[in-house]
Write a protein that binds this ligand. Structure first.
Ligand code: ADP
Ligand code: MG
Length: 605
């Protein structure tokens, strides 16, 4: 970067999606840290007083700013990063609008010291409410240090919208985390009030190491590398195993050319890959970057630059959904135009989801300026909400192949039982079509729901099956601690477990549906199902995990023939079940094939 700052001409600024808003301390932190990265810094320190509400200091060892450029840096539309409009097709830097420092300086007091390596003396500047108050020589190291204080003093109404210091600090740390994940080779240090260390992330070469240093070691064991390429777009990064899910999307980090984005289309594609493997309203952890020729992506859409537009959104979608699908074992077949695709999982449902995402992507709803001349852009205010995992596949008319159905719409009393296929699948039919049920998945869901109801009805206390001889089990200390800590949850499920000295536990009761099984084996299986990563989960999430594990143990296995009475019992329970399309692990319970679909298969339509 030349470091020569110019004010962009008006003919150019009106083509750039404007509206940089300094909304809260985190917006300031983001702009300052991005500037430091753009300046080639390898070490950045962020100091937050009172969660950034009182003051924010960002210090970098980047290229610094020339003395004569210093006042210009604070002028609106002054940037060293682009000169002509076409540059924004090529831009690799975070900034290019030249608005951030001007906006920040207009609502606060800014004090900056900066020095370029080529000059012995640095510069100090003080700006208050947008006016330069002081410009002088300063002895300072190479790089730039900016202190922003009296934030929103000139616009008190903005202060009212700030949340508690702790919450604002959280937002600041979120911003820094996003940047940290994408810049493994930059050392980052963050301190809070009175110098309290908040984050200390060393520079590393290995992105996986950076992820665990930033998001926690728990994530480390869950990481699967993902890499793919299509139509000149490269995808790289890491995704979590499908067993490692979260109740919100806060650990879905998607980047385009190293820039964090919150993009509906990209998140939708990620969720499609996980769709059949995780439960509705659960989210994976991912850190993914798309490398794309800057000219094929428009970063000019959203003022906070969180949304992007692709020249070929379909290719980008397919790249993500299929690459991730392959690495996590979802087995999505390639998206073949117009055809049902190969034998991958439900190509029709996949195609329908792609269309759904693209439709939404094209919805005009804002006034941003598009590079690709499309009809409009997505909402500029809030980032698009994340797609939910739908509970049912699209209607038969849109999905000509097999589809998964929700139990809600079917009464087994109206269906004829045809028989069992492969010792595992129960086939039912009526005049309008057929239904295939996975016996294990279905039973697992039934038991899981029973455990849940039972726990709710008995106020956390449920009577299990008392063992004639309580079973004493010796375990490694970690396992023992985990089970002791989980004792209240186990008790809800009808399993009384108590410490028995040293690293031993005594099992007194087991869930009713498991009374036939051996308590010791049950404990071992339970521990195997609750991986290391699940053990730090909050109680509510851990409960789900434990209930799932117990339901899985208790459920009728695949490859076991069922008697007529057993099938009837299963059907009754399924009919009584509230809405559920998947087993607790997220696999489908049943698949239906309608008359329409049969007719398509036999080419009658
Ligand atoms: P933009 O980043 O969009 O160019 P900013 O208002 O954030 O606009 O910054 C204006 C200019 O000030 C930048 O183009 C850059 O030349 C200079 N600048 C800002 N921060 C730094 C920094 N930490 N180190 C070096 N130069 C900086
Ligand atoms: Mg900037």
């Amino acid at each position: 970067m030349s470091g020569k700052i110019v004010v962009l001409p008006e003919t150019l600024t009106h083509r750039i999606a404007a509206g940089e808003v300094v909304e809260r301390p985190a917006s300031i932190v983001k702009e300052l840290v991005e500037n430091a990265l753009d300046a080639g810094a390898t070490e950045i320190a962020v100091e937050l007083e009172k969660g950034g509400c009182q003051s924010i200091r960002v210090t970098d060892n980047g290229e610094g700013i020339d003395r004569q450029d210093v006042p210009l840096a604070f002028a609106r539309y002054a940037t060293s990063k682009i000169g002509v409009f076409e540059d924004i097709y090529r831009v690799r830097s975070f900034g290019f609008r030249g608005e951030a420092l001007a906006s920040i300086a207009s609502i606060s007091r800014v004090e900056m010291t900066t020095r370029r390596a080529s000059t012995p003396a640095g510069t100090r500047v003080v700006i208050e409410a947008g006016e330069v108050k002081e410009l002088s020589d300063a002895g300072c190291p190479v790089g730039t240090s900016i202190l922003v204080s009296r934030i929103f003093e000139t616009v008190p109404v903005r202060r009212k919208f700030l949340k508690s210091d702790t919450t604002e600090q959280g937002y600041c740390l979120d911003v820094i985390t996003r940047l940290a994940l994408a810049q493994p080779e930059v050392k980052l240090r963050v301190t809070g009030s009175r110098g309290r260390p908040l984050m200390n992330i060393p520079a590393v070469k290995d992105p996986a190491e950076r992820i665990s240093l930033t998001l926690g070691q728990d994530f480390r064991h869950q990481l699967i590398p993902a890499a793919g390429e299509r139509a000149g777009v490269k995808l790289g990064g890491f995704v979590s195993r499908p067993e490692f899910t979260r109740s919100n999307a806060s650990q879905m980090y998607v980047y385009v050319n190293g820039r964090f984005v919150k993009d509906y289309l990209l998140n939708h594609a990620v969720m499609t890959a996980y769709r059949r493997l995780i439960e509705p309203r659960r989210y994976p952890s991912v850190v993914l970057n798309l490398e794309i020729v800057p000219g094929d992506v428009d970063v000019n859409v959203h003022p906070a630059k969180m949304e992007v537009r692709f020249r070929d959104p379909r290719a980008v979608y397919a790249l993500i959904a299929e690459t991730l699908g392959n690495v996590i074992g979802a087995g999505l077949g390639p998206l073949a135009e117009g055809s049902a695709g190969p034998s991958g999982i439900e190509p029709a449902a996949y195609a329908a989801r792609v269309e759904e995402a693209l439709k939404r992507y094209r919805v005009p709803s804002g006034s941003g300026k598009l590079l690709f001349g499309g009809s409009g852009v997505a909402n500029r205010e809030a980032p698009a909400p994340l797609p939910q995992l739908p509970r049912e596949a699209p209607a038969a008319s849109q999905a000509p192949a097999e589809r998964h159905v929700s139990a809600e719409r079917i009464s087994f009393a109206d269906l004829a039982y045809i028989g069992q296929v492969a010792g595992t699948y129960l086939v039912f039919a009526d005049a309008e079509g057929m239904l295939i049920v996975d016996q294990h998945a279905a039973h697992e869901r039934i038991l899981f729901e029973k455990l849940r109801c039972q726990a709710a009805e008995t106020d956390g206390r449920s009577l299990g099956q008392r063992l004639l001889l309580p079973e004493v089990v010796s375990l490694p200390p970690g396992d023992c601690a985990f089970l002791t800590e989980s004792a209240p949850i186990l008790e809800e499920a009808g399993m009384e477990v108590e410490p028995f000295g040293g690293d031993s536990l005594v099992v007194k009761t087991v869930p009713v549906f498991l009374s036939h099984s051996e308590a010791r084996q049950l404990i071992i299986d339970l521990l195997a199902d609750c991986a290391e990563a699940d053990r730090g989960l909050p109680l509510v999430e851990r409960r789900e995990k434990i209930f799932t594990a117990l339901a899985c143990r208790g459920a009728v296995k695949a490859n076991r023939s069922l008697t007529g009475a057993e099938v009837a019992g299963l059907c009754r329970d399924l009919d009584a079940l509230p809405h559920a399309a998947t087993c607790p692990h997220g696999r489908p319970l049943m698949v239906s094939i309608s008359r329409f679909e049969l007719e398509k298969m036999f080419k009658r339509r």
